[in-house]
Design a protein. Structure first.
Length: 171
């Protein structure tokens, strides 16, 4: 039986929830939106109103030789191939995002040590840029940390490897 007391309790509970919402973790999953103004490299963008964004869960080779090259040695990918893939990943990011509005879903850890927002980047057509780079062999899964889409990303990387795409192309 719905009484006036129950109605008041329901109304007050809803009001309390609205007042507490800013202090909950729900805000961490709220999508952000902005136009991509710059593509630094295959896994880092500049988004107007947001700042630097690091694509969560993936890693693309660096433009210049670095200590990260050691990671790719387990697959015996030569440095010259890494530089080529770095250029391809950057071009792909530019072609897919430059001047377009993207949706960003931040990760549980919002920022990396370089103060870049860690996020899944959704293109205007709904595709996930992070996964697209993996599927084309232009990135690898960032294995050091856990993140919500890690299993899906590992499958996308394995697909590219089996197809011999990008990093996995037979030389």
């Amino acid at each position: 039986m719905y009484t006036p007391h129950l109605r008041l309790f329901s109304w007050l509970s809803g009001l309390l929830l609205l007042l507490l919402l800013p202090f909950t973790n729900i805000a961490a999953e709220t999508p952000l939106k902005g136009s991509v103004s710059w593509v630094y490299d295959g896994d880092t963008l500049e988004v107007e109103g947001v700042g630097k964004v690091r694509l969560l869960g993936i890693d693309t080779p660096e433009k210049q030789a670095s200590a990260r090259d050691d990671f790719y040695q387990q697959w015996q990918i030569p440095p010259s191939r890494l530089r080529d893939i770095a250029r391809q990943a950057t071009r792909f990011g530019i072609n897919q995002t430059k001047c377009l509005s993207v949706n960003l879903i931040p990760g549980a850890t919002r920022y990396d040590r370089h103060d870049r927002l860690l996020a899944y980047v959704y293109l205007p057509d709904g595709r996930l840029l992070n996964r697209l780079l993996l599927e084309r062999g232009l990135a690898t899964v960032f294995r050091r940390y856990d993140f919500s889409m890690k299993e899906d990303f590992l499958k996308a990387e394995e697909f590219a490897r089996q197809q011999g795409l990008g990093l996995w192309e037979k030389q």
